[in-house]
Design a protein around this ligand. Structure first.
Ligand SMILES: [Zn+2]
Length: 108
Protein backbone atom coordinates (compact mmCIF):
# COMPACT_ATOMS: atom_id res chain seq x y z
CA UNK A 1 0.00 0.00 0.00
CA UNK A 2 1.18 3.52 -0.74
CA UNK A 3 0.82 6.59 1.43
CA UNK A 4 1.58 8.97 -1.45
CA UNK A 5 -1.94 10.33 -1.58
CA UNK A 6 -2.73 11.86 1.77
CA UNK A 7 -6.10 13.17 0.59
CA UNK A 8 -8.79 11.14 2.30
CA UNK A 9 -12.38 10.68 1.19
CA UNK A 10 -13.33 12.88 4.09
CA UNK A 11 -11.17 15.71 2.73
CA UNK A 12 -12.71 15.30 -0.67
CA UNK A 13 -16.20 15.49 0.82
CA UNK A 14 -15.26 18.65 2.67
CA UNK A 15 -13.95 20.25 -0.50
CA UNK A 16 -17.09 19.31 -2.41
CA UNK A 17 -19.35 20.66 0.32
CA UNK A 18 -17.36 23.87 0.40
CA UNK A 19 -17.46 24.30 -3.37
CA UNK A 20 -21.19 23.64 -3.39
CA UNK A 21 -21.77 26.12 -0.61
CA UNK A 22 -19.79 28.84 -2.36
CA UNK A 23 -21.68 28.20 -5.56
CA UNK A 24 -25.01 28.26 -3.79
CA UNK A 25 -24.22 31.45 -1.93
CA UNK A 26 -23.13 33.12 -5.15
CA UNK A 27 -26.20 31.96 -6.96
CA UNK A 28 -28.57 32.99 -4.20
CA UNK A 29 -27.07 36.40 -3.50
CA UNK A 30 -26.11 36.94 -7.14
CA UNK A 31 -22.83 38.18 -5.74
CA UNK A 32 -20.99 40.56 -8.00
CA UNK A 33 -22.36 39.53 -11.35
CA UNK A 34 -20.09 41.16 -13.91
CA UNK A 35 -21.60 43.62 -16.33
CA UNK A 36 -22.64 42.11 -19.65
CA UNK A 37 -19.93 44.05 -21.48
CA UNK A 38 -17.31 42.64 -19.12
CA UNK A 39 -18.69 39.15 -19.57
CA UNK A 40 -18.57 39.53 -23.34
CA UNK A 41 -14.98 40.80 -23.22
CA UNK A 42 -13.99 37.86 -21.02
CA UNK A 43 -15.66 35.40 -23.39
CA UNK A 44 -13.68 36.86 -26.28
CA UNK A 45 -10.43 36.58 -24.34
CA UNK A 46 -10.12 40.33 -23.76
CA UNK A 47 -9.78 40.04 -19.98
CA UNK A 48 -6.52 38.93 -18.40
CA UNK A 49 -5.12 38.26 -14.93
CA UNK A 50 -7.13 38.44 -11.73
CA UNK A 51 -10.27 39.73 -13.40
CA UNK A 52 -10.23 36.77 -15.79
CA UNK A 53 -9.79 34.36 -12.87
CA UNK A 54 -12.65 36.04 -11.07
CA UNK A 55 -14.92 35.73 -14.09
CA UNK A 56 -13.81 32.15 -14.69
CA UNK A 57 -14.66 31.31 -11.09
CA UNK A 58 -17.99 33.11 -11.27
CA UNK A 59 -19.10 31.39 -14.47
CA UNK A 60 -17.31 28.03 -14.36
CA UNK A 61 -17.11 27.25 -10.64
CA UNK A 62 -20.11 29.07 -9.22
CA UNK A 63 -21.96 28.39 -12.49
CA UNK A 64 -23.96 31.58 -12.21
CA UNK A 65 -27.17 30.95 -14.18
CA UNK A 66 -27.62 34.66 -14.93
CA UNK A 67 -24.21 34.99 -16.54
CA UNK A 68 -24.69 31.65 -18.25
CA UNK A 69 -27.90 33.01 -19.77
CA UNK A 70 -26.00 36.10 -20.91
CA UNK A 71 -23.31 33.92 -22.49
CA UNK A 72 -26.02 31.95 -24.31
CA UNK A 73 -27.37 35.28 -25.56
CA UNK A 74 -23.94 36.17 -26.92
CA UNK A 75 -23.77 32.83 -28.73
CA UNK A 76 -27.12 33.56 -30.37
CA UNK A 77 -26.03 37.10 -31.26
CA UNK A 78 -22.86 35.75 -32.86
CA UNK A 79 -24.77 33.18 -34.87
CA UNK A 80 -27.16 35.88 -36.10
CA UNK A 81 -24.29 38.24 -36.93
CA UNK A 82 -22.48 35.53 -38.88
CA UNK A 83 -25.49 34.72 -41.02
CA UNK A 84 -26.05 38.45 -41.64
CA UNK A 85 -22.43 38.76 -42.74
CA UNK A 86 -22.87 35.88 -45.18
CA UNK A 87 -26.02 37.43 -46.61
CA UNK A 88 -24.23 40.75 -47.02
CA UNK A 89 -21.30 39.04 -48.74
CA UNK A 90 -23.62 37.19 -51.09
CA UNK A 91 -25.41 40.44 -51.98
CA UNK A 92 -22.11 42.25 -52.59
CA UNK A 93 -20.82 39.40 -54.79
CA UNK A 94 -24.05 39.35 -56.73
CA UNK A 95 -24.13 43.10 -57.34
CA UNK A 96 -20.45 43.30 -58.31
CA UNK A 97 -20.91 40.36 -60.67
CA UNK A 98 -23.91 42.11 -62.19
CA UNK A 99 -21.99 45.33 -62.71
CA UNK A 100 -19.06 43.47 -64.29
CA UNK A 101 -21.46 41.75 -66.66
CA UNK A 102 -23.07 45.10 -67.48
CA UNK A 103 -19.67 46.67 -68.13
CA UNK A 104 -18.79 43.78 -70.44
CA UNK A 105 -22.01 44.20 -72.40
CA UNK A 106 -21.23 47.88 -72.93
CA UNK A 107 -17.78 47.03 -74.31
CA UNK A 108 -19.05 44.49 -76.80
ZN1 LIG B 1 -23.32 36.09 -12.57
Amino acid sequence: MSDDAPVTDQDRDRVEVYAMTVGEVWREARVSCPHRDLLRAWREGGIKGGAAEYLDFHVSQAQCPYCQANLDDFDRDDAAATSQDLEGLRDRLLSSTMSILREKQKDD
